[in-house]
Structure formats: structure tokens, C-alpha cells
Ligand binder design. Sequence first.
Ligand code: COA
Ligand code: MG
Length: 353
Amino acid sequence: MPACPSLYSAAFDLLSAPSTMMPSVPAPRPTRLFRSELAVPGSQPKMFEKAARSAADAVYLDLEDAVAFDDKASARANVVDALNAIDWGRKTLEVRVNGLDTPFMFRDVIDIVSRCPRIDLLIVPKIGSPADLHAVDMLVGQVEMEVGRSQRTGLVALVESAMGIANIEAIAASAAQPGSRLEGITFGSGDFAASTRMRTTSIGGVTPHYGVLTDPAGSQPGAPRDFHWNDPWHAVHSRLVVAARAWNLRPLDGPFADFRDSDGLLASARRAAALGFEGKMCIHPAQISQVNDVFSPREDEVAHAHRIIDAMRAAAAAGQGAVSLDGRMLDIVSIRQAEQLIDRAEAIRAAAG
Ligand code: COA
Ligand code: MG
């Protein structure tokens, strides 16, 4: 029994408060539901209405790698029209602009920011350093000032190169700059694999060559050995999630390109959710409901989270910091885990209207 129960109550309040109480962490960005993000090529207007009616939390219209070089200008015009003409409901609306090393990026930014009041975020591909983001941030700011845009356009860094991962901590930390527009970091698996020369052509999938062979089970010659497939994305995923979460940014997992393999998608999305990703990019409408499900707390998880909160309140009232529930230890950190789950479930319910 602790000497001073009120200290435990105070700790309960403090530790269950949002993490922004920590002084070095920047304020949270706008809260957005981001379980699924549907990618739609800007050169495929026939897909726009379907995307708008889909169950994706966010939609991004692409001007970059899903658009052929000769179609860049017409795709940009399609996207400007669509952002203004289509009813996108409450979706978060994004455009992926071309990279800083192309002749298209500045015009993409100017046209989208100056002519599309509905845009929420620009996704900036191939971010390799904080300076890349700074350059786009300045351009966006100038366009907003020129046209008198009142709603700030946010930025998402698409990190998809060896250089981007080498600099991931600095990229994420740039969110602490006053006025930073950065809201999230997305991992781009295809470009990352090309950049690091990973021996795979699969975008977001696994490979039979990345695994471990166990020692023989027994000393007899020819004793059986097992081969366990491993996740080749694990190290980079983990690093990106930690960097993003350290600076209150949303980490988003990249695509799983094999859109007919729903079991493979499910496994990929579950791994991402387990590590702390906020959601996952989808490249086909068939992927959305599975991804939404994976990143939504189940009812039994929410009910259990409420039991944890109740048990910890009772513990705090009794001056206890750690208690057991169903044979498992709970302590004050359990409050934070449970509250995150409940908050997420409530945000989903609110978004559903
Ligand atoms: N957004 C909206 N609608 C989409 C879509 C998307 N990303 N992908 C497919 N559709 C639509 C198709 O137009 C089709 O509509 P319809 O039934 O009205 O004709 C329907 O969904 C079924 O499509 P399907 O025939 O299964 O696929 P497809 O061969 O037309 O397209 C891809 C396959 C991969 C080319 C397409 O899904 C795509 O372009 N995805 C996005 C690619 C991208 O943005 N990449 C960059 C990020 S990595
Ligand atoms: Mg890419």
C-alpha cells in the first residue's frame, strides 16, 4: 500500500493526459482519420467518382509515378477540376505532386494550392532531407499568401529512398520548426527497394529469399530443418514509425501491390498496425474495407479497454499503481494504451456520422 494515495491519483491524471504535456514534443497536427488512403492516378478521371464514393478515409490524386510523362499537364488539369467539381464528402483530400527534381513540381503546387480550396494535404515524394520539405513548405506558403488562402495546406513526406531513411529522424524532427506544415510520413516500399537495391520486384510484399534456416532438429544426418520467412520491411518500418511518433506525426504504410492477394494484404496490414502505423495506402478499391477493419479497434477490444480504465480508477482510489485483471498485470501505462484505443474507436464512430 503506498504511503500517499493522492500521488497515485495525480500520476493517473498526468499519465493519462495527452503526450503533448511533454515540453519538447510539438503540438498535435489536425486530427484526421487515416486508416486507409486510396491512390488514384490523376490521368484516370473515370476512377475519381468511384474514389469519392469509396469507404477510404483519405484519397490522393496522383500526379507523380502513376502518370506517364506526356500526361503530366492534362492530369494536373483533371485533378484541379475534380477537386472543385466532385463532392468528396468528409474525406481527407490529398494530391501527390511530382518530385523536386522534376520540371513539374512547382506548377503542381501553384495550381493545386491556388485553385483548389478543398485540398487538405500535399504528398511530397522522394523526400531525402529536411531541406526538401522546407523548399516545398516555402513555396506553399508563398502561394497561400498570394491568393489569400485561409486554410493551411498540410504536407506529408513520402520517404522512399536510402537517403530518406538515413535522414528519417531529422525529417521527422523538422515538424518542431515553428509553423511546420508536416503532418505525416508515408513509407514508399517500391522506390525504397529500388533505391537500396533490394533483390525484389514486389511492392510491399515478401520474398522467399529473406528468411532463416533452423539448425537440424537432432544430430542424425539429414535431420529436418525448417525455413521461416521473415519480413524484409521490418527494420525500416520500425525506424519510420518511431521517428514519426516521436514528433507527433502520422506514420502511414505504403501499398501492397498484389491487389488480388487479400490474405497477403491482410497479413501486411496487420503487421503494420502491430508496429504502430496509423493506416495503409491502398491502390485498389477492393483493398479498402480490409484495411479499414485492420486499423479499427474491434468491439471486444474497446470493451476490454473500458474494463482496464475502470480497474485502474479503482486502483488509484485504493492507492494502488499496479493491479491484476484476468490474470494480467496492469499499471499506469495501461491507461494510456486503453485510452488510445477508445479514442480511436470514438473517432471512427464520429466519422461514420
Ligand atoms: N481508384 C478508383 N477506382 C479504381 C482504382 C483506384 N485506385 N483502381 C481500380 N478502380 C476501378 C476501376 O476503374 C474499375 O471500375 P469500373 O468497374 O467502373 O470499370 C474497378 O475499380 C475495378 O478495377 P479493376 O478492373 O480490378 O482494375 P484495373 O485493371 O482497372 O486497375 C490498377 C488496376 C492497378 C491499374 C488500378 O487499380 C490503379 O491504377 N491503381 C492505382 C495506381 C496508383 O495510383 N499507383 C501509385 C501509388 S503506388
Ligand atoms: Mg514512389
